[in-house]
Design a protein around this ligand. Structure first.
Ligand code: HEM
Length: 416
């Protein structure tokens, strides 16, 4: 045989065999009369499964959303050797995160969490178990309790003030550079605002003790980093989107400014106690988080076998992805204008919907069940205080210019 042909045949033959085995295995498993599994989405390749569909320019939650339009509200995909069940519907998400909360209460053990998260010492990424339980208790009771945050309230308030002053100074210094306009990267500014330090409190609480075999120093580093990542990135994303949406919707911005003028006035900053009266601003935050959830996919793993109410069986070890982004744009729930920025819906047609999914799971931005975000209420007020920090600029006589902002587009600024 021609040597070239020999090489081609020896490379292709094993691939062909793998392909045939894969399809034989697939067809034999589909004729098994075992428990019913959610259907597998089309397009899997041997060995890598659906991996080739992700990455590149397309965002994962959008790709999965488009797959849901074809494959239905619940389907499975394969990411290499890992099977993932993908949920795109509020009712099924509620079933997973409340009725079967225990079965889905762990996080997947991924290499990134091990290597970057101090060997799973960052409790938000840790598997379900004694360490996670203990750390979640410490975080809830000692670090993020209302009492602790009230004690730190003055720091937050002065941070907002300093931040707004620095931003204003930057605008004054650079004023006139381009027809009185200054381009500001608000994502970076919001990022600076939300960084907090819990280290002192942790040093006092731990006092050299170790939790489930993890030493105090590692716990301290991991927990502070976890809270900074969990709290600052998400809040920064929500603030940046809120600002962007307001700039693109000047009539909503005016309504928000009017409400602030009426409830707070121009002589002082917003305080946390004002937030309950800032009804329209609350609706803006909810609508921002609905359209652009900072965590568009919830990631869990299955700790034990379970059968969902819809009849599908999920095996232990399967990963769970809840597509928050898709659920929060479902036309069936949010109406024909589900893709539009319409804060008013939270004052009228969707008045009863709250961020914690108490009513149904129309909103899943903060997750659900025992692994949910435990500071969702505070997150909402942090975001609003940040928004207000920005608007304190009104008192100094500068106003936001209406620019064109959108996904991947820049070009907004302030006018002094
Ligand atoms: C707009 C702001 C925020 C959003 C949208 C958000 C969203 C989320 C989501 C989706 C999860 C995963 C929930 C699940 O798997 O069910 C989560 C977990 C978590 N969040 Fe937040 N979060 C925000 C702000 C904060 C803040 C301010 C803090 C605290 C400083 C925080 C601390 C945490 C922690 C520690 C976890 C891990 C919980 C666990 O695994 O036990 N988050 N967050």
């Amino acid at each position: 045989m021609d040597p070239f042909l020999q090489i081609v045949v020896s490379c292709l033959l094993p691939l062909l065999l793998i392909f045939i085995c894969y399809h034989l295995k697939k067809s034999s498993s589909s004729t098994n009369s075992g428990p019913i599994l959610a259907p597998e989405a089309a397009g899997a390749w041997p060995i890598i499964g659906h991996l080739h569909l992700f990455g590149g320019k397309n965002l994962t939650h959008k790709t999965l959303g488009a797959m849901a339009d074809k494959d239905g509200p619940i389907f499975t995909i394969k990411l290499g050797s890992h099977k993932v069940v993908v949920v795109n519907n509020g009712e099924i998400a509620k079933d997973c995160l409340t009725t079967h909360d225990m079965a889905f209460s762990t996080r997947p053990t991924i290499v990134a969490s091990k290597l970057l998260g101090y060997n799973y010492a960052m409790f938000g990424f840790a598997p379900y178990g004694d360490y996670w339980r203990e750390m979640r208790k410490i975080a809830t009771v000692e670090l993020l309790s209302n009492q602790r945050l009230d004690l730190l309230k003055h720091i937050w308030s002065s941070e907002v003030d300093t931040w707004a002053s620095e931003l204003y100074n930057k605008l004054c210094l650079e004023k006139g550079s381009e027809k009185n306009r200054v381009l500001v990267d608000m994502k970076r500014w919001f990022g600076d605002l939300t960084e907090k330090d819990f280290m002192d409190v942790m040093l006092n609480i731990l006092d050299g003790a170790n939790v489930d075999g993890v030493d105090a120093d590692t716990i301290n580093k991991a927990t502070c980093l976890n809270l900074m990542l969990a709290g600052s990135d998400t809040t920064m994303i929500a603030l940046t989107w809120a600002l962007s949406l307001l700039l693109n919707n000047p009539n909503k911005l005016q309504k928000a400014q009017l409400e602030l003028d009426q409830i707070v006035g121009r002589e002082r900053n917003v305080e946390e106690s004002d937030i309950q009266n800032l009804i329209y601003l609350q609706a803006i935050i909810k609508e921002t988080i609905r359209l652009y959830p900072p965590s568009p996919l919830l990631l869990r793993a299955t700790k034990e076998d379970c059968t969902l109410t819809c009849g599908y069986h999920v095996r232990k070890g399967t990963r769970l992805m809840v597509n928050t982004w898709k659920i929060q744009r479902e036309e069936r729930v949010w109406g024909h204008n589900s893709e539009e920025f319409e804060p008013e819906r939270f004052l009228t047609s969707h008045k009863e919907v709250d961020l914690r999914g108490k009513l149904g799971f129309e909103m899943v931005s903060f997750g659900g069940g025992r692994r949910s975000c435990h500071r969702e209420k505070k997150a909402e007020s942090f975001t609003m205080m940040g928004e207000e920090g920005l608007r304190t600029g009104r008192r100094w006589g500068w106003e936001v210019t209406v620019g064109v902002v959108g996904e991947g587009r820049r070009g907004w600024g302030f006018r002094g």
